[in-house]
Design a protein around this ligand. Structure first.
Ligand code: F0G
Length: 483
């Protein structure tokens, strides 16, 4: 993709090294219908139905397009309960990509986290992370532990030109271990492609330094590799020492240093499922008993065998730069379009998706009126595009009922891998620009029903005032009879 130069350099765009051979029809409802649908969904984009959505940019999880080879591989699945040849093929793919022999399957990433937390977290212990992920934190706290975030300060600046905003603050990591005592640390977790701060990568240098610190202190190091594919693209393009390294060499180096690696195969490998792997069998032994208990037998772990075959093939594809560059380069294209227009987006663009900085988009809305969710609702009304709130609404209330405000109020437009075309991303940019130009119409949201856990999934809200009706009317004025 990046190596093909256009004759007229001003027309340079990311160019796919694949073609589409299966399509799915989409439809776009008129704006009046979109207004109705978002209000029926409690202004929560999770509660919209896919039939009412034109471009689903909620997530990059489980919605990536499969290759012909993945589809073909799924046909050779062996669904015997035990001793399945499919599991051997998954193990061979893990061995090839990570160089590890010990493999536990689970039905998805959060299931790996459940098992990890069940095996490693004791009440009162802390898990240190560059940044939490919602499900990771929920599993650690469920076991009576807590989470402390040690991302470098640069990670929380929405715009900068730092290439690795997901890096750990190594000084803070050392100081926190000293202060708490190594025995009170359940594990240290590095999240590659740090999700909640905009898919921001961690440098290889920083990852290895974290594992060294863990090793020196006898603390278990864990890599959440769900977004590692994007992270490796950034290592290759932004970190001098990785430029000439083979992609596989980077995977192997990481597996040599981290005690445990787990990932959601809904992201890494363009498939579904989850995997825990480690070089040292002592770690997989600690977790093994939980697999038949919660997931399924050790050779399938709750994953459908056809999916396991596509997972194995997808892992091989995650070694191919022509595949792994598509997501980050499309995201960069969208972020640049928006930034050039003056829309506040997280920069540099990360993996996973393009993140609007809702805090700067609607600076007058307080955290407790959920600015990022309000922008997400506005964009659905404007274009039938479904994004996701990644701000205060995605936080969990404190045990005393107070509401922690998110440091970043982001509205994520995930770019599923190999799914959308550049014209569709141009449409997204166009509608976001329109919302930006009409941002003074956007108002806040208030609760109608607030669940006590994972409230962003099920919670229902409503507009404060009638700003959504006004936005839809303005759309009609500006766009005439356009959908
Ligand atoms: N870790 C990271 C970094 C993730 O982004 C996710 C999921 C998980 C773990 C959990 O994996 O979904 O297979 O259970 N992220 C999805 C998202 C949900 O939309 O960002 P899972």
């Amino acid at each position: 993709m990046s190596t093909v130069k256009f004759y007229q350099s001003e027309n340079q765009v990311p160019l796919e090294m694949h073609k589409v051979r299966i399509i799915q029809k989409l439809s776009l409802l008129p704006v009046e219908e979109r207004l109705k649908k978002i209000q029926e969904a409690g202004c929560n984009t999770f509660l919209l139905e896919n039939k009412d959505i034109y471009l689903d940019m909620l997530t990059d999880s489980g919605v990536n397009a499969m290759s012909d080879l993945q589809m073909a591989a799924s046909m050779q699945a062996d669904d015997s309960y035990a001793g399945s040849a499919t599991f051997n093929r998954v193990k061979a793919a893990i061995k090839e990509v990570f160089g590890t022999d010990n493999v536990l399957p689970a039905h998805q990433g959060r299931a790996c986290e459940n098992i990890l937390a069940s095996a490693l977290v004791k009440p009162g212990q802390t898990a240190l992370m560059n940044f939490h992920f919602t499900t990771t934190k929920a599993h650690v706290t469920r076991m009576g532990g807590s989470v402390e975030e040690l991302v470098a300060e640069k990670g929380l600046k929405p715009q900068s030109n730092d290439p690795f905003k997901g890096d750990f603050d190594l000084k803070k990591l050392k100081a926190t271990i000293k202060e708490k005592g190594a025995e009170n640390i359940a594990f240290v977790r590095v999240e590659a492609g740090t999700n909640l701060i905009g898919g921001q990568p961690v440098s290889l240098e920083n990852m290895l330094a974290v594992t060294d610190i863990c090793h020196d202190n006898g603390i278990v190091s864990v890599l959440d590799a769900s977004l590692l594919q994007d992270n490796i693209y950034f290592m290759k393009t932004r970190e001098a020492r990785c430029k000439h390294m083979d992609i596989k060499t980077i995977y192997h180096l990481l597996a040599d240093h981290f005690d445990i690696i787990y990932f959601s195969a809904r992201k890494l490998s363009f498939s579904k499922g989850g995997i825990i792997t480690s070089k040292d069998p002592k770690y997989t032994k600690m977790m093994m008993e939980y697999i038949p208990l919660y997931e399924g037998f050790l050779t399938y772990g709750g994953i459908d065998v056809r999916t396991m075959e596509s997972l194995a093939q997808g892992l091989y594809e995650s070694l191919d730069m022509e595949y792994i560059n598509q997501g980050p380069e499309f995201i960069n294209y969208l972020a640049k379009e928006l930034d050039d227009y003056g829309v506040p987006v997280v920069l540099p663009a990360g993996g996973l998706g393009c993140h609007l900085n809702a805090g700067a988009f609607v600076p007058n809305l307080p955290h407790n009126q959920y600015p990022a969710a309000a922008v997400a609702a506005a964009l659905y009304i404007a274009g039938g595009i479904r994004g996701m709130e990644r701000g205060t609404l995605s936080e969990q209330r404190n045990p005393d009922g107070t509401e922690p405000f998110s440091e970043l109020e982001l509205m994520r437009l995930a770019v599923p891998r190999r799914v959308y075309t550049l014209s569709q991303l141009k449409y997204v940019a166009d509608r976001v620009k329109w919302v930006w130009d009409n941002r003074e119409l956007i108002g806040g949201l208030e609760w109608v029903e607030e669940p006590s856990v994972l409230r962003f999934f099920f919670g229902r809200l409503k507009e404060i005032g009638y700003w959504q009706e006004q936005l839809a009317e303005k759309f009609r004025q500006d766009f005439g009879d356009s959908l």
